[in-house]
Ligand binder design. Structure first.
Ligand SMILES: [Ca+2]
Ligand SMILES: [Ca+2]
Length: 254
């Protein structure tokens, strides 16, 4: 048995060495290109002018975290990287920019945020088509309403984090901060790894079953309940109906 293990280890070691040597020997030949040495910001990749090649959209913050009116939204055209202005002057702020064909006309539009730490709005800019060098129409999607005492924000793609903003702090300390919710005094996480180690999507189902079995065993209700699920579905149904009919829709009381 020991001979077999030794041969197996030897074979594995040989394969790993071969892979490692292959990785070391392989060269990636990148050329550094400066797209714009005077303007920077959050970037996104997408075909802006519809020629089949990806361009770069850049979202440049205004001074003083969006307070000043000097932010810009730009498109840099591949392969010349010539800059075209999508918005030349605005209170540009927020976490980034996303190219997407919102109006399904075949051209990528861009979605981004405007505002500052005290107020925020979501806008999309309609691609005029063709070379897309000018004429981007600004269309407002929503105003983000901050809470009177602060705000919480959660992104499902970052399951272990949330964004926290408190208005109770002094003005110069205010702003969203990212909290990694893996300390053991938070619900559920104490059943898993030490602080700083994240859990994933599958763990939510394990706890869902555990909560259900505990509720059955103890006779105590569990939350969220089927009633909470019904309320959630009613909100989603109202959103779909509002989008289809392009009007406000009341959410029924469950
Ligand atoms: Ca392009
Ligand atoms: Ca479009």
């Amino acid at each position: 048995m020991s001979v077999r293990i030794s041969k197996y280890r030897c074979a594995v070691t040989t394969i790993l060495l071969a892979l490692a040597s292959g990785c070391v020997a392989r060269q990636f030949d990148f050329t550094r290109v400066v797209v714009d040495e005077n303007l920077g910001g959050r970037t996104a990749i997408g075909d802006i002018d519809g020629d089949g090649y990806n361009d770069i959209a850049v979202h440049t913050w205004s001074a003083n975290r969006g307070v000043e009116n000097d932010g810009k939204i730009s498109g840099y055209e591949y392969p010349t990287w010539k800059r075209h202005s999508i918005l030349e002057q605005g209170h540009i702020f927020g976490v980034g920019i996303v190219p997407a064909d919102l109006d399904a006309d075949g051209d990528n539009d861009v979605v981004t945020a405007k505002g500052n730490d005290g107020e925020a709005h979501v806008f999309w800019y309609a691609n005029p088509g063709g070379a897309a060098t000018a004429g981007w129409e600004e269309r407002k999607v929503a105003t983000v309403e901050p809470g009177s005492e602060g705000s919480l924000s959660f992104n499902l793609e970052r399951l272990n984090e949330f964004q926290y903003h408190s208005r109770l702090e002094s003005g110069y300390e205010q702003g969203f901060r990212t909290i990694l919710a893996t300390e053991s005094d938070r619900p559920y996480i104490s059943r898993w790894w030490p602080p700083g180690h994240i859990i994933g999507w599958e763990h939510t189902f394990i706890h869902e079953i555990a909560d259900l079995m505990t509720a059955v065993a103890t006779g105590k209700p569990v939350e969220p309940s089927f009633y909470d699920g019904l309320c959630n579905q009613q909100v989603l149904d109202a959103m779909q109906l509002a989008a289809a009919e392009k009007t406000w829709v009341d959410v029924p009381t469950a």
